[in-house]
Design a protein around this ligand. Structure first.
Ligand code: HCB
Length: 217
């Protein structure tokens, strides 16, 4: 089967909420030699984007997105060990404190970004989802003096607003100069990142790893 045909099948499996079938297709794609990152970016994520658009257009409802989300999570269980296999050994790039903003439980992209950073030499401190800014500031303070990058995700316009408050708190606590800050997720733009005085953003997990390495230099 041609790669594009496989990507279309993966996309359709997510859109049709095929919970068991998506993971099986991922195994087939891996066996066919397709790199795990391509399976995600060219297949599964395309499906997730369609699901989001259909939800916004009220063509589908929450139970359907939940099932597509479950299909994606199952697929990630198959793909994450494969992504980790490419882990680059050598000098540590730094400590990445990863988290999803307060009020936000969307963790698929966050986990993918954390995995890619880990595979690219970062030590990962994953704070999980719905994380208070206070907690992020506390962790940044605990690791003061180390080479740190804060990596925050927000998938909703509402939770994204909390990133400004986080930047303000870091400045108030005199921690801003010692940490790099990268934010991402669908509503996060370069303009927003500049406006709040953070260092970087990235469109996807592979770019996040590249950008994180660059800003840590
Ligand atoms: Co959810 N949801 N959802 N949702 N959801 C979105 C995010 C909407 C955009 C859908 C829409 O309306 N078009 C929308 C937000 C609108 C807005 O505010 N602009 C929305 C809404 C409204 C909601 C609820 C409020 C719905 C409700 O209850 N009425 C609710 C909120 C719950 C909450 O958080 N409190 C909700 C719930 C859900 C679930 C639980 C059903 C499910 C999440 C399951 C889970 O994560 N375990 C879900 C899902 C799956 C989505 C969509 C369909 C897909 C998100 C996803 O996983 N994408 C999403 C639509 C969309 O995003 N277009 C929709 C795939 C991953 C791989 O991409 O963008 O997350 P990603 O991450 C990328 C990229 O952004 C970047 O790299 C990642 C990997 O390549 N990146 C970073 C991410 N973080 C980064 C950090 C960095 O520093 C750098 C790069």
């Amino acid at each position: 089967m041609a790669n594009q045909e496989m990507f279309d099948k993966l996309r359709d499996a997510i859109v049709s909420q095929n919970i068991a079938g998506t993971a099986e297709l991922c195994k087939e794609a891996l066996a066919a030699g397709i790199p795990p990152l391509d399976i995600i970016t060219k297949g599964l994520s395309v499906g997730m984007k369609i699901v989001g658009d259909k939800f916004e257009a009220a063509e589908i409802f929450l139970p359907q997105i939940m099932m597509s989300g479950k299909a994606m999570s199952n697929a990630m269980e198959v793909l994450t060990p494969e992504l980790e296999k490419n882990k680059k050994e050598g000098e540590e790039a730094g400590l990445a404190i990863t988290f999803v903003a307060e009020g936000d439980i969307h963790d698929i992209g966050h986990r993918l970004v954390s995995t890619m950073l880990g595979a690219n030499g970062f030590k990962i401190l994953d704070l999980g989802v719905d994380v208070l800014n206070e907690t992020v500031v506390e962790e940044a303070a605990k690791h003061k003096g180390e080479k740190i990058i804060l990596v925050g995700s927000a998938l909703m316009t509402t939770s994204m607003l909390g990133q400004k408050d986080l930047m303000d708190r870091l400045r108030e606590e005199n921690l801003r100069d010692g940490v790099k800050c990268m934010f991402g997720g669908a509503p996060v733009s370069k303009k927003w990142v500049e406006e709040i005085g953070a260092d970087a953003t990235a469109e996807n997990a592979a770019e996040a790893a590249k950008v994180a390495i660059e800003v840590m230099q």
